[in-house]
Design a protein around this ligand. Structure first.
Ligand code: NAD
Length: 478
């Protein structure tokens, strides 16, 4: 990596002018990886000005030119594969398996965006006024602010940045303070791919210093935010007062419903992936399993058995599936929530150790939906199993949450699975699979407090563009 300690503004690497030196530590070893001076509000102004200056020319590039830039970006990412893995493992504790998913989908996001110019089509519409033609053009929104979370810092930044740029917008990206290195790495990728100055700008700094400023700034017309529901609601409020458009991809509290006719062993194997991938720090991670009487015991037995086989530890170890949480405070918060749930009457089926920032798998059974571990987004390898008497109760309990992102149902009756999926109040449901899915050409997004807006394909093109009506009067009207 070229620079760990600089901001990227208008194609220039420069020191931030904020008042704090920020330190980033490896969540597994606790070692200092790098430090940098935070961005100030002046840096944010400069980044937005650069993006605003660059946009008209970038928006006017020919579709084929933009496609060529994106092809080069994908090529650069392929060349930087080992460097990217190194940073993601060091900075965010991501394992090799998690890297495979994040890296692969990042490339697919770019691949898909190469065709977005084809979706920027307009319409010619008839007029009731003689001699008039109506044209509706789809045009870039202008400058877009992208705010990214810590858990998939490469993919979830690129998932917004790449479509925005493919549609002719320019971008200011603000990463999480936990993972700014990944955003600096993205800036380096754009630089190597030869994008014009100002098309992508990266400012990293404290939320308290630049957070609200970056959202309420007059330049961006859309805030594309991925992160927690709490911060998303705040951003929605700030942006709403200023009549700025938002795309909010927020938290989740997923269920897997396992019905009497399901293969309990299959469901348990799937639950391992759903609950423990990236140590459970995924918006779509499995938080609760709702099992009906005939499968309840078999499911728990298999789930515990497979959970014991999962290797936990150093993310650089190829055999490890569960690395550290993003920091020690997060592990402490999780421990507190587990204790509270046990005190409320849950039974511990599998007691995971907690060592510093590393949390081993925990399985709690006999949980009721009002207990802490069932209500909160745990964001850790902790899963609550809730007994339900039938599918009606399962649907009621599954929907009894503020969230509505992604859910799953296991049943051998595929048609029943489809019909029950339609009754789940979430943006995504997977029948006979676990809850974590992302296919860059398929719609992605949540309901209720899990977000506003949809990603990928024409959904993201619609969000990242606006429409403009131009009428032309061919004959004298007055
Ligand atoms: P977070 O909300 O704490 O932070 C997200 C980003 O917002 C960070 O860049 C942070 O610095 C920034 N931020 C914080 N306060 C801000 C403010 N006042 N103004 C502007 N920016 C501000 O989330 P996190 O801990 O990084 O990520 C975990 C959360 O994200 C979980 O709840 C998870 O479910 C959610 N998430 C959702 C999706 C999705 O697609 N729905 C994907 C990944 C993560």
């Amino acid at each position: 990596m070229k620079y760990y300690d600089k901001q990227f503004i208008d194609g220039v690497w420069r020191e931030g002018s904020g008042d704090k030196i920020m330190e980033n530590r490896n969540p597994y070893t606790g070692e200092l990886i790098y430090s940098y001076r935070s961005a100030s509000t002046q840096d944010v102004d400069d980044a937005y000005e650069a993006a605003k200056r660059a946009q008209p020319q970038w928006g006017a590039t020919l579709p084929e030119e933009r496609r060529t830039y994106l092809k080069r970006l994908a090529q650069v990412i392929r060349e930087m594969e080992s460097e990217i893995f190194q940073l993601l493992a060091e900075e965010s504790g991501g394992t090799r398996a998690k890297f495979g998913f994040e890296y692969g989908d990042s490339l697919k996001v770019i691949d898909d965006a190469m065709g977005y110019h084809m979706m920027m089509d307009g319409r010619i519409m008839p007029s009731n006024i003689p001699g008039k033609d109506n044209y509706v053009f789809k045009i870039p929104k202008g400058v877009i602010c992208v705010i990214a979370p810590f858990n998939f810092p490469l993919l979830l930044s690129l998932r917004s940045v790449v479509p925005a740029i493919a549609c002719g917008n320019t971008v200011v990206l603000k990463p999480s303070t936990e993972t700014p290195g990944s955003a600096f790495l993205i800036a380096e990728m754009f630089e190597k791919a030869g994008f014009p100055h100002g098309v992508l700008n990266v400012v990293a700094g404290r939320g308290s210093e630049i957070g609200d400023y970056i959202v309420s700034h007059p330049v961006p017309s859309l805030i594309s935010f991925t992160g927690s529901t709490e911060v998303g609601q705040h951003i929605g409020k700030v942006a709403g007062e200023l009549l700025k458009d938002v795309s909010l991809e927020l938290g989740g509290n997923q269920v897997m419903i396992v019905l009497d006719d399901a293969d309990a062993d299959q469901a348990a194997r799937a639950a391992i992936v759903g609950a423990y991938s990236h140590q459970g720090q995924i918006c779509m991670a499995l938080n609760r399993v709702l099992a009906t009487p005939k499968v309840y015991d078999d499911f728990i037995k298999a789930f515990v058995k497979y959970s014991k086989e999962v290797k936990v530890g150093d993310p650089f170890d190829q055999q490890v599936s569960i690395g550290p949480l993003i920091n020690r405070q997060q592990a402490e918060k999780v421990e507190e929530r587990i204790r509270e749930t046990i005190q409320a009457g849950a039974k511990v089926e599998l007691e995971g150790k907690i060592e510093g920032s590393v949390v081993y798998p925990w399985i709690l059974s006999g949980v009721t939906n009002d207990m802490c571990a069932a209500r909160c987004e745990m964001f850790a390898p902790v899963c609550s199993v809730i007994p339900v008497k039938d599918e009606e109760e399962a649907i009621r309990i599954a929907n009894d949450t503020e969230y509505g992102l992604s859910n799953s149902i296991f049943t051998k009756d595929l048609y029943k699975g489809l019909q029950l999926a339609r009754r789940l109040e979430s943006g995504m449901v997977h029948v006979n699979d676990q809850s974590i899915h992302h296919e860059p050409h398929v719609m992605f997004g949540g309901e209720k407090n899990s977000g506003v807006g949809r990603f990928n394909g024409h959904w993201v093109v619609d969000k990242f563009t606006t429409e403009k009506w131009i009428s032309v009067q061919r004959t004298d009207r007055y």
